[in-house]
Design a binder for this molecule. Sequence first.
Ligand SMILES: C[S@@+](CC[C@H](N)C(=O)[O-])C[C@H]1O[C@@H](n2cnc3c(N)ncnc32)[C@H](O)[C@@H]1O
Length: 249
Amino acid sequence: MSDHYNQPELAALYDDENVWDASSDFYRDLALRSGAKTLLDLGCGTGLLTRGIVEAIDGSGVGIDPATPMLEVARRKTRGERVEWLEGDARSVRLDREFDLIIMTGNAFQAFLTEADQVALFRTAAAHLAPGGRFAFESRNPAKQEWREWVPGPASFRVQETVAYGPVEIWNDARMNADRILDVEEHYRILGSGKSLRSDFRLRFSSPEEIWDAMMPAGLAVEHCYGDYDCQPFTPAAREIVIVARLIA
Ligand SMILES: C[S@@+](CC[C@H](N)C(=O)[O-])C[C@H]1O[C@@H](n2cnc3c(N)ncnc32)[C@H](O)[C@@H]1O
């Protein structure tokens, strides 16, 4: 697992870089449309979306993440929403409970680098789906080669204003490997304290076919495959692979 989310300073500024957006609307609207009352958020991070959905559906939820600093932010920001925050790995966690809607967002799916890890994740989702429930998640479409647009090195330099630390300098680098796993390197410097932080992580760019193949052993089938958060069908030129899955009958 990436060490990024285990660094308290980086967890504290996650919400400054990642705000409520069109993808958040998509998952919230899916929850409302499907009449879900219970939510499981795998890789919930700081829980902005978990809290927003639970509030919108007037239901309850569980947010799971292996990174304690991310969960600490989630706990601190909870304002009476009925969410339990639990430390756990989406490949192995078992809660002995079922949920109407399970989500994995923020392209967290791309942190699962092998087919075995993906299958393990899908087995977790299948084990926690209530009858008629849905598992929704997304992954960037490799055919779009979005990483080519991510400006590397000095040109990526930017200053992000953050609630926790004021201005923070950020720059990054990325290198694509032959196996379609992207090595990403991010650098941060908190201007107030002068403290520098570095995070290295890897992202797998799976094709839709690879994802569908990994879903099958877990007993999951694709109900919808969208190319973005506007619910248009997936095409080879789409930026995202957004999947809504259900248990095979
Ligand atoms: C990009 S963040 C996404 C957070 C949140 N879902 C969002 O949409 O903002 C990826 C999250 O996945 C979590 N993660 C990484 N490996 C995981 C695993 N094996 N099981 C569950 N979560 C994992 C990280 O700790 C991190 O919080």
